[in-house]
Design a protein around this ligand. Structure first.
Ligand SMILES: NC(=O)c1ccc[n+]([C@@H]2O[C@H](COP(=O)([O-])OP(=O)(O)OC[C@H]3O[C@@H](n4cnc5c(N)ncnc54)[C@H](OP(=O)(O)O)[C@@H]3O)[C@@H](O)[C@H]2O)c1
Length: 332
C-alpha cells in the first residue's frame, strides 16, 4: 500500500511516497481502507516537529480519514468489516491503509460521502467543544470568529449560527469573508495580513469594535493568535469569553489587565485531549454533530481535493493561507 511519509522533520517538500506492506490490526484495533484524508493545520506542524504530539519517524501525517473497515483485530465489536467510518487518528492518514483503535472509529450518516466525512470531525469537533463546553455560547450572543474562512473557523461560523448566535466573521480577503457570509455569518470584515505594527493593531481593534457593535463580542473564537490576539481581546464585551484555539500566527503574550478590565475569561481549548480524557462527553457531542448533519444544518465546505502525490502542495497551500474551508487528499 502507498503512503505519504515524513522520514525526517522539515517542510512539506521533504515528504516522500513509498510502498509499504499492509498493516495488521492489534487487539482492539481495525485496519481502515482509506478513501479520503482531511488536511488540517496540525498536519503542517507535525511534519516540522512543531506540534504537541511527536510520533516516531517515519510516520504519515493526516489526523483524520474516511474509509471502509477492512480487517478487525481481536475483541473489536463496535464496528464490522465493510462499515464506512471516520478514523480520528491523530496522524497516519495520508496512506491507503491505516490501523486505528476501534474506539476512534466513528460511524457517519449516509448524507456524507468519503470526502466530506474526512473533512469533518477535527474541525467541527473542536469548534463545537469550544463554543458549547468552553464558551457556553448562548442564543442571541455575538460571536466573533478570526480566521473565519479556515477549517475550524468556518465550522465555528456554521455552529455559531446553529446555536443561535449573531456571528461576525473576520478574514484576510473579501473573497474569504464572502465564503463566511455564504455559510451564514451575519456580518464580516477584512483584516490585513501580518505582521501588524502598533498602528495596524489599533486599527484592527477599532475595526472589530465597529463590526461587532458597541457592546463588544460576547465570545471570540481565535485560531490565529500572534499579532491578532491582543487587538481582538481589547474588543471583547463585558464578561466575554476569549477562546484560545490555535496559533497559526504565533503564540501571543497578553497583558492580563485586559481580562480584569472586562471581567472576561481567557479560555483554553484542547479538543484532542478532551476526546481522550472525556470519551463519553465527546461521544455525546459527536452524536449531536451527526444529527445536525442529517438535518442539513451543517456541512463542511471542501474547496479542493488533491492526489496523494500532491500532499506537499496541499500543506503548502494551507500554510500560505490559500485554503478556503477544507481541503482533502483523495486516496485510491
Ligand atoms: N485547540 C484545538 O483543540 C485545535 C484543534 C484543531 C486545530 N487547532 C488549531 O487551529 C488552528 C487552525 O487550524 P485549521 O486546520 O483550521 O487551519 P486553516 O484551515 O489553515 O485555518 C487557519 C486560518 O488562519 C488564518 N491565518 C492567519 N494568520 C495566518 C498565518 N500566519 N498562517 C496561516 N494562516 C493564517 C488563515 O485565514 P486568513 O488568511 O483569513 O487570516 C487561515 O484560514 C491551528 O493552529 C490548529 O493547530 C486547534
Amino acid at each position: 500500500m502507498k503512503a505519504v511519509l515524513c522520514k525526517e522533520y522539515g517542510p512539506p517538500e521533504s515528504l516522500v511516497i513509498e510502498d509499504l506492506p499492509s498493516p495488521k490490526p492489534g487487539k482492539g484495533q481495525v485496519v481502515i481502507s482509506v478513501k479520503a484524508a482531511g488536511v488540517n493545520y496540525p498536519d503542517v506542524l507535525i511534519i516540522q516537529n512543531k506540534y504537541q504530539f511527536r510520533p516516531p519517524l517515519p510516520f504519515s501525517p493526516g489526523g483524520e480519514v474516511a474509509g471502509i473497515v477492512k480487517e478487525l483485530g481481536e475483541g473489536v465489536t463496535n464496528v464490522k468489516v465493510g462499515d464506512h467510518v471516520i478514523g480520528s487518528i491523530g496522524w497516519g492518514g495520508y496512506c491507503e491503509e491505516v490501523v486505528a483503535d476501534a474506539g476512534r472509529c466513528i460511524p457517519y450518516p449516509p448524507e456524507m460521502d468519503f470526502v466530506h466525512a474526512s473533512a469533518f470531525v477535527m474541525t467541527y469537533g473542536t469548534s463545537h467543544h469550544a463554543l458549547k463546553d468552553r464558551a457556553m455560547l448562548k442564543a442571541g450572543e455575538t460571536l466573533l470568529v478570526l480566521g473565519a474562512a479556515g477549517g475550524v473557523g468556518l465550522a465555528a461560523v456554521e455552529l455559531g449560527k446553529v446555536m443561535g448566535a449573531r456571528v461576525i466573521a473576520a478574514a484576510s480577503s473579501q473573497e474569504k469573508v464572502d465564503v463566511c457570509l455564504k455559510a451564514g455569518a451575519d456580518g464580516g470584515f477584512v483584516y490585513p495580513r501580518g505582521p501588524l505594527d502598533r498602528d495596524a493593531q489599533k486599527k484592527l481593534s477599532d475595526d472589530i469594535k465597529a463590526a461587532v457593535g458597541p457592546n463588544g463580542a460576547d465570545v471570540i473564537y481565535d485560531p490565529v493568535g500572534g499579532d491578532y490576539a491582543e487587538p481582538a481581546l481589547r474588543s471583547i464585551g463585558w464578561e466575554g469569553r476569549y477562546l484560545v484555539v490555535g496559533f497559526v500566527d504565533g503564540i501571543p503574550k497578553i497583558p492580563l489587565n485586559l481580562a480584569l478590565l472586562k471581567n472576561c475569561q481567557i479560555v483554553g481549548v484542547f479538543w484532542g485531549a478532551f476526546t481522550a480524557r472525556e470519551p463519553a462527553r465527546n461521544k455525546e457531542n459527536l452524536a449531536e454533530l451527526m444529527r445536525w448533519v442529517k438535518e442539513g444544518k451543517i456541512s463542511p465546505l471542501v474547496s479542493k481535493t488533491y492526489r496523494m502525490e500532491e500532499a506537499a502542495q496541499a500543506l503548502n497551500d494551507m500554510a500560505n493561507r490559500q485554503v478556503k474551508g477544507k481541503v482533502v487528499i483523495a486516496v485510491g
